[in-house]
Every structure is written in structure tokens, then in C-alpha cells.
Design a protein around this ligand. Structure first.
Ligand code: ZN
Length: 401
């Protein structure tokens, strides 16, 4: 007898383990709920917002960069103009340097003529002295009269006078050349001063351009980093979007009659896969009494369609006490399925229904604490446990509190 007790205990442990594990989705079927899809959608949309925020940052950075690029372009135009002006100025300076050199040459030539004339003048005076033309004593002694003396003096004076005039002419020419040269040099000095100013301006512009290029490079760097970030965010978004698509496909499939088959050719009667109450003896959630539960309760959202588990004939379509709005379908193989607490009924008594046809909508009519489907499988006069038909692998068990 001892081994029987032990075996019983062992079986109990196994049963408890089985119940525990049953709350974990075991198969690839893993029921998908709308809230699960909504959660992934929420995450996906959050990532999208993150992306938008990043995009805004990039747009701002790009606008700043473009601003500075156009500023830099204006400066580059200006520096180009300054450089052109410097080149023109240089040409003019060179021109003036040539003119100054030319004038210098003319000054030198004029000075040579001047020197030569001075030399001639001196030579003439010496010659006059030597041949007595300028010997005043001789002049005085040899002159017959005052008028003779004056004439002699005049003659000598005329010769000297013309020499003097020639020298003066040469001096004037040299001075004119020098004055012109000074004028050119003054003008050139003005050009050189402008040139220095322009060079300073060019240097400053080049510094400004360099500085702006640095800012542009920094902004570009930031833009690139943000673009990398957006690429990452996009990848994350695509992943989540794919997850939404897959979950939605699965959800849609699970909300199509026939996605889950049980024994005896029955299909699961709704798109929800949460069992909220098991078949068998239990404490009734409303009455609090220990009562036999003739079927299972399935956590179907209010208003969701309920499908005929197999083709058959409607043997009840109406109010049925604690069942509330109730539909019963009798199938040819001896089974009858019962659907209770419906909010609406889509068939009528005696009607033939196809497998998967919508026979009503989930609700909370009759003796219930909230919307759910009460589902029974009967054979003859007895209640069968629907979980024996569909197994536990595809369901979550989440009992009502
Ligand atoms: Zn029930």
C-alpha cells in the first residue's frame, strides 16, 4: 500500500508541474493579443519620434552649416576681388617704378648736360681771360672810348649771357624732371600704402574664411554623427515594424476560424487563447459556492465573434438562465457544443451552420463577472473537458481573481 501512496504523491507532483508549465506558451502557436501588438507599435512609434527628433537636430545643424557656407562664399568673393585689386595695384606700382626709373635717367642726363654747360662756361671764361678778352686792365687801356669799353664788355657779356641762359635752361630741365620724379614717387607711395591696406584686408579675410571652414567642418562632423545615429534608429524601427507585421499576421491568422484544430474535427471557437476558468469542481466567482463547472471560460474581448466549432444544426439560440444568451450546435458525430454569456446571437434555432461560421458575439450575459465565452462540449448527457480536445500547449491559463 505504501508504494501506491508514493505513486499517488508522484503523480500529484507531476500534475502540479504540468499545471505550472501550462501557463507558459509552449508551442510556436503562442497566442498573440492586441495589447501585445499595441505595445510593439508603441515602441516602434517611440523610435520613430526619436528619429524625428534626430532629424530636427540634423535640419538645424544643416541650416547653420548652409548659413556659414553662404557667408564664407561672400567672403571668398570679397577676397578674390581684393586679390585682383592687389594685382592691379602691383601693375600700377610697377608702371610707376618704370616711370620713376625713366625720370631718374632723364635727371641724370639733364645733370650731365648741365655739368657740361658749366664746364663750357668756365672754359670760355678761362679762354677769354687768356686771350685778354676779359682783362679789365687791357679793356680799360685798349678802349678808345667809354663806348668802346662798353661795347667790348657787352660782347664778352653777350657770350657769357648766352652760356648762362643755356645753363639755366639745363638746370630748369633737370629740376622739371626731378619734380616729375618726386610727383611719381609720391603717387607710388600712395599706391604702396593702399597696397598694404589691401594686403591686411586680404589676410584678415583669409583668416575669417579659414575660421568659417573650421566651423563648417565641425558642423559637418556633427551632421555625420547624427546621420549614423538615424541609421541605427532606422534599423531599430525596421526591426520593430517587422515585428508588428509578424505579430499582426499571427494575430489575424489566430482570429481566423480554423487556425487551431482539436480532436474530433473541432476547431477552437474564438480568436482568444486565454483560459480563465477550468472545467470541473470550483468555487464559483459570483456565488462563492463550490460548484461543478460544466465547461471552460475563455477570456475573449467583448464583442469578438464566436465561431461554430464544427458544422451542425442550431438547437438553441436564445436566453438560457445562468448561461445568458446561449447558442447550442449539435454536430453529426454525437457532440454538441455550447456557447454561453453572448452579447449577441447571429443564428436562429434550427439553422444549419458551417464550421467557423459566426454564431454570436462574446459578452457577459447571465451569471458572469465580466465578458468571456463559456464553452462546453457535450456528448450524450455528459460534459467533456474541452481541454482534452485541444491540449494545453497552445494556451495560457490566467484564472479570474
Ligand atoms: Zn463558465
Amino acid at each position: 500500500m505504501r508504494w501506491v501512496k508514493k505513486a499517488k504523491k508522484y503523480i500529484l507532483v507531476l500534475l502540479i508541474l504540468a499545471v505550472c508549465f501550462s501557463s507558459i506558451p509552449l508551442s510556436a502557436f503562442a497566442a498573440v493579443s492586441q495589447s501585445q501588438i499595441d505595445e510593439v507599435k508603441r515602441k516602434r512609434d517611440q523610435v520613430y519620434e526619436e528619429k524625428q527628433a534626430q532629424q530636427e537636430i540634423i535640419d538645424e545643424l544643416s541650416a547653420s552649416r548652409d548659413d556659414i557656407i553662404s557667408q564664407k562664399m561672400a567672403l571668398e568673393e570679397k577676397v578674390t576681388m581684393t586679390r585682383e585689386q592687389i594685382a592691379l595695384n602691383n601693375q600700377e606700382i610697377e608702371l610707376y617704378e618704370d616711370m620713376i626709373a625713366e625720370k631718374q635717367e632723364e635727371v641724370v642726363q639733364a645733370k650731365a648736360l648741365e655739368d657740361l654747360q658749366l664746364e663750357r662756361y668756365r672754359a670760355r671764361i678761362r679762354a677769354m681771360e687768356e686771350n685778354g678778352q676779359l682783362d679789365l686792365f687791357v679793356l680799360l687801356s685798349e678802349s678808345q672810348s667809354i663806348s668802346d669799353l662798353l661795347t667790348a664788355l657787352d660782347d664778352a657779356g653777350d657770350i657769357m649771357q648766352s652760356d648762362r641762359a643755356l645753363e639755366d635752361q639745363y638746370i630748369a630741365a633737370r629740376k622739371a624732371h626731378e619734380a616729375k620724379k618726386d610727383e611719381y614717387e609720391e603717387y607710388k607711395a600712395g599706391l604702396v600704402a593702399i597696397q598694404e591696406m589691401l594686403s591686411d584686408e586680404r589676410d584678415q579675410l583669409e583668416l575669417d574664411i579659414e575660421f568659417q571652414q573650421q566651423i563648417i567642418d565641425e558642423l559637418q562632423q556633427q551632421i555625420s554623427e547624427n546621420e549614423d545615429l538615424i541609421a541605427e534608429i532606422n534599423a531599430r524601427w525596421a526591426e520593430l515594424d517587422q515585428e508588428v507585421v509578424e505579430l499582426q499576421e499571427k494575430y489575424d491568422e489566430q482570429h481566423t476560424p480554423g487556425s487551431l484544430w482539436g480532436a474530433a474535427g473541432l476547431i477552437w471557437p474564438c480568436g482568444a487563447y486565454y483560459i480563465t476558468s477550468l472545467a470541473g469542481n470550483r468555487i464559483h466567482p459570483v456565488t462563492g459556492e463550490s460548484r461543478y463547472h460544466s465547461g471552460i471560460d475563455i477570456g475573449v474581448p467583448n464583442g469578438d465573434p464566436i465561431w461554430a466549432a464544427a458544422a451542425g444544426t442550431v438547437t438553441m439560440a436564445g436566453w438560457n438562465g445562468n448561461y445568458g444568451n446561449c447558442v447550442m450546435v449539435t454536430h453529426g458525430n454525437g457532440y454538441t457544443t455550447v456557447y454561453g454569456h453572448l452579447s449577441g446571437i447571429a443564428v436562429s434555432y434550427g439553422q444549419s451552420v458551417n464550421m467557423g461560421q459566426t454564431i454570436g458575439y462574446c459578452g457577459s450575459t447571465g451569471l458572469t463577472t465580466g465578458p468571456h465565452l463559456h464553452f462546453e462540449i457535450r456528448e450524450g448527457g455528459s460534459f467533456l473537458n474541452p481541454m482534452d480536445f485541444f491540449g494545453w500547449g497552445n494556451f495560457d491559463y490566467a484564472p479570474d481573481a
